[in-house]
Design a binder for this molecule. Structure first.
Ligand code: HEM
Length: 177
Protein backbone atom coordinates (compact mmCIF):
# COMPACT_ATOMS: atom_id res chain seq x y z
CA UNK A 1 0.00 0.00 0.00
CA UNK A 2 1.46 3.43 -0.91
CA UNK A 3 1.26 6.31 1.53
CA UNK A 4 -0.14 9.52 0.05
CA UNK A 5 1.34 12.87 1.00
CA UNK A 6 -1.32 14.97 2.76
CA UNK A 7 -1.94 18.53 1.57
CA UNK A 8 -2.34 19.89 5.11
CA UNK A 9 -1.33 19.10 8.68
CA UNK A 10 -3.49 16.67 10.68
CA UNK A 11 -5.91 18.07 13.31
CA UNK A 12 -3.58 16.67 16.00
CA UNK A 13 -0.54 18.48 14.56
CA UNK A 14 -2.56 21.70 14.15
CA UNK A 15 -3.75 21.50 17.77
CA UNK A 16 -0.24 20.81 19.06
CA UNK A 17 1.19 23.67 16.96
CA UNK A 18 -1.16 26.37 18.29
CA UNK A 19 -1.10 24.92 21.80
CA UNK A 20 2.71 25.17 21.81
CA UNK A 21 2.49 28.82 20.75
CA UNK A 22 -0.02 29.71 23.50
CA UNK A 23 1.87 27.83 26.23
CA UNK A 24 5.26 29.28 25.29
CA UNK A 25 3.98 32.86 25.11
CA UNK A 26 2.38 32.47 28.55
CA UNK A 27 5.57 30.82 29.88
CA UNK A 28 7.79 33.64 28.60
CA UNK A 29 5.65 36.32 30.21
CA UNK A 30 5.46 34.33 33.44
CA UNK A 31 9.24 33.67 33.45
CA UNK A 32 10.10 37.33 32.87
CA UNK A 33 7.69 38.59 35.55
CA UNK A 34 8.58 35.91 38.10
CA UNK A 35 12.33 36.54 37.73
CA UNK A 36 11.76 40.21 38.66
CA UNK A 37 10.32 39.24 42.07
CA UNK A 38 13.01 39.06 44.80
CA UNK A 39 13.63 35.52 46.09
CA UNK A 40 12.88 36.50 49.69
CA UNK A 41 9.29 37.39 48.74
CA UNK A 42 6.88 34.61 49.77
CA UNK A 43 4.46 35.70 47.03
CA UNK A 44 7.04 34.50 44.46
CA UNK A 45 6.29 30.84 45.20
CA UNK A 46 2.92 30.70 43.42
CA UNK A 47 4.01 32.21 40.05
CA UNK A 48 7.17 30.06 40.24
CA UNK A 49 5.07 26.92 40.81
CA UNK A 50 2.86 27.80 37.81
CA UNK A 51 5.97 28.51 35.69
CA UNK A 52 7.47 25.13 36.62
CA UNK A 53 4.26 23.17 35.94
CA UNK A 54 3.69 24.98 32.63
CA UNK A 55 7.32 24.32 31.66
CA UNK A 56 6.93 20.59 32.29
CA UNK A 57 3.69 20.63 30.26
CA UNK A 58 5.54 22.35 27.39
CA UNK A 59 8.25 19.69 27.53
CA UNK A 60 5.63 16.91 27.25
CA UNK A 61 3.80 18.73 24.43
CA UNK A 62 6.98 19.36 22.41
CA UNK A 63 8.15 15.74 22.76
CA UNK A 64 4.69 14.47 21.72
CA UNK A 65 4.67 16.87 18.78
CA UNK A 66 8.12 15.80 17.60
CA UNK A 67 7.21 12.10 17.83
CA UNK A 68 3.91 12.65 15.95
CA UNK A 69 5.77 14.70 13.32
CA UNK A 70 8.34 11.96 12.78
CA UNK A 71 5.90 9.04 12.78
CA UNK A 72 2.96 10.33 10.72
CA UNK A 73 2.83 11.58 7.11
CA UNK A 74 3.29 15.35 6.80
CA UNK A 75 2.56 17.72 3.89
CA UNK A 76 5.42 18.34 1.48
CA UNK A 77 7.90 21.05 2.48
CA UNK A 78 6.55 24.42 1.30
CA UNK A 79 9.41 25.60 -0.91
CA UNK A 80 10.16 29.30 -1.33
CA UNK A 81 11.96 28.68 -4.62
CA UNK A 82 15.26 29.66 -2.97
CA UNK A 83 17.62 26.91 -1.81
CA UNK A 84 19.05 29.24 0.85
CA UNK A 85 15.64 30.18 2.32
CA UNK A 86 14.46 26.56 2.20
CA UNK A 87 17.59 25.47 4.07
CA UNK A 88 17.12 28.24 6.62
CA UNK A 89 13.45 27.29 7.06
CA UNK A 90 14.29 23.64 7.72
CA UNK A 91 17.03 24.67 10.15
CA UNK A 92 14.67 26.98 12.06
CA UNK A 93 11.99 24.26 12.35
CA UNK A 94 14.40 21.77 13.94
CA UNK A 95 16.10 24.48 16.01
CA UNK A 96 12.73 25.50 17.46
CA UNK A 97 12.10 21.95 18.69
CA UNK A 98 15.64 21.72 20.07
CA UNK A 99 15.66 25.07 21.88
CA UNK A 100 12.21 24.64 23.42
CA UNK A 101 13.45 21.26 24.67
CA UNK A 102 16.69 22.79 26.02
CA UNK A 103 14.77 25.64 27.66
CA UNK A 104 12.59 23.19 29.56
CA UNK A 105 15.52 20.89 30.45
CA UNK A 106 17.65 23.81 31.71
CA UNK A 107 14.69 24.94 33.85
CA UNK A 108 14.29 21.42 35.24
CA UNK A 109 18.02 21.14 35.95
CA UNK A 110 18.00 24.52 37.71
CA UNK A 111 14.96 23.47 39.69
CA UNK A 112 16.66 20.20 40.71
CA UNK A 113 19.91 21.91 41.76
CA UNK A 114 18.07 24.59 43.76
CA UNK A 115 15.78 22.02 45.43
CA UNK A 116 12.71 23.86 44.10
CA UNK A 117 10.22 20.94 44.11
CA UNK A 118 10.48 20.59 47.91
CA UNK A 119 10.44 24.36 48.50
CA UNK A 120 7.70 25.30 46.02
CA UNK A 121 5.39 22.26 46.25
CA UNK A 122 6.37 20.77 49.63
CA UNK A 123 6.64 24.02 51.60
CA UNK A 124 9.99 22.83 52.99
CA UNK A 125 12.77 25.46 53.28
CA UNK A 126 13.06 28.73 51.42
CA UNK A 127 14.29 29.90 48.02
CA UNK A 128 18.06 30.39 47.61
CA UNK A 129 19.03 34.07 47.85
CA UNK A 130 20.08 34.05 44.19
CA UNK A 131 19.41 31.52 41.38
CA UNK A 132 22.56 32.68 39.56
CA UNK A 133 24.75 30.58 41.87
CA UNK A 134 23.46 27.64 39.77
CA UNK A 135 24.95 27.53 36.22
CA UNK A 136 21.66 26.31 34.57
CA UNK A 137 20.13 29.69 35.53
CA UNK A 138 22.46 31.39 33.00
CA UNK A 139 21.73 28.72 30.38
CA UNK A 140 17.98 29.26 30.89
CA UNK A 141 18.45 33.02 30.45
CA UNK A 142 20.73 32.66 27.41
CA UNK A 143 18.30 30.37 25.55
CA UNK A 144 15.36 32.78 26.00
CA UNK A 145 16.52 35.38 23.40
CA UNK A 146 17.68 32.61 21.02
CA UNK A 147 14.19 31.13 21.17
CA UNK A 148 12.66 34.55 20.61
CA UNK A 149 14.86 35.09 17.53
CA UNK A 150 13.93 31.68 16.10
CA UNK A 151 10.26 32.46 16.78
CA UNK A 152 10.53 35.79 14.91
CA UNK A 153 12.25 34.10 11.94
CA UNK A 154 9.50 31.46 11.91
CA UNK A 155 6.68 34.04 12.01
CA UNK A 156 8.45 36.19 9.39
CA UNK A 157 8.73 33.18 7.07
CA UNK A 158 5.05 32.30 7.54
CA UNK A 159 3.99 35.83 6.55
CA UNK A 160 6.45 35.82 3.64
CA UNK A 161 4.71 32.69 2.32
CA UNK A 162 1.25 34.06 2.95
CA UNK A 163 1.66 37.61 1.62
CA UNK A 164 4.49 37.50 -0.96
CA UNK A 165 4.43 33.94 -2.29
CA UNK A 166 0.64 33.79 -1.81
CA UNK A 167 0.75 29.99 -1.38
CA UNK A 168 -1.92 29.94 1.38
CA UNK A 169 0.54 28.40 3.84
CA UNK A 170 -1.57 29.36 6.86
CA UNK A 171 -4.49 27.18 5.77
CA UNK A 172 -2.24 24.09 5.98
CA UNK A 173 -1.77 24.78 9.69
CA UNK A 174 -5.50 25.06 10.40
CA UNK A 175 -8.46 22.68 10.55
CA UNK A 176 -10.29 21.76 7.36
CA UNK A 177 -10.53 19.34 4.49
C1 HEM B 1 9.94 25.97 27.35
C2 HEM B 1 9.76 26.14 28.63
C3 HEM B 1 10.22 27.35 29.40
C4 HEM B 1 10.29 28.68 29.02
C5 HEM B 1 9.94 29.29 27.66
C6 HEM B 1 10.79 29.42 30.18
C7 HEM B 1 11.01 30.79 30.20
C8 HEM B 1 11.63 31.46 31.23
C9 HEM B 1 12.02 32.85 31.18
C10 HEM B 1 11.81 33.78 29.98
C11 HEM B 1 12.62 33.16 32.36
C12 HEM B 1 13.26 34.48 32.74
C13 HEM B 1 14.67 34.46 32.19
C14 HEM B 1 15.39 35.77 32.35
O1 HEM B 1 15.62 36.18 33.49
O2 HEM B 1 15.73 36.36 31.33
C15 HEM B 1 12.59 31.96 33.19
C16 HEM B 1 13.09 31.85 34.48
C17 HEM B 1 13.01 30.70 35.25
N1 HEM B 1 12.48 29.50 34.89
FE1 HEM B 1 11.74 29.03 33.08
N2 HEM B 1 11.00 28.55 31.22
C18 HEM B 1 10.64 27.28 30.80
C19 HEM B 1 10.68 26.11 31.53
C20 HEM B 1 11.02 26.03 32.88
C21 HEM B 1 10.94 24.84 33.68
C22 HEM B 1 10.50 23.46 33.18
C23 HEM B 1 11.35 25.18 34.93
C24 HEM B 1 11.46 24.33 36.17
C25 HEM B 1 10.79 23.21 36.36
C26 HEM B 1 11.69 26.60 34.91
C27 HEM B 1 12.17 27.31 35.98
C28 HEM B 1 12.58 28.62 35.95
C29 HEM B 1 13.21 29.31 37.06
C30 HEM B 1 13.51 28.72 38.44
C31 HEM B 1 13.48 30.61 36.62
C32 HEM B 1 14.22 31.70 37.42
C33 HEM B 1 13.26 32.64 38.05
C34 HEM B 1 14.07 33.72 38.78
O3 HEM B 1 15.16 34.05 38.36
O4 HEM B 1 13.55 34.21 39.74
N3 HEM B 1 11.47 27.08 33.64
N4 HEM B 1 11.99 30.95 32.48
Amino acid sequence: MTKTTPTRYSPLMVTLHWLTLLLILAEFILGETTSRIPNDTVAKLTPLAIHMLLGITILLVIITRFVVRMRTPQPAYASTGSAFLDGLGRFVHYALYLFVFLMAVSGLTLSGQAGLPQIVFGGVGSLPSDFYIFPPRLVHEFIAPVLLLLFLLHVGAAFYHQWFLKDKLFSRMWFGK
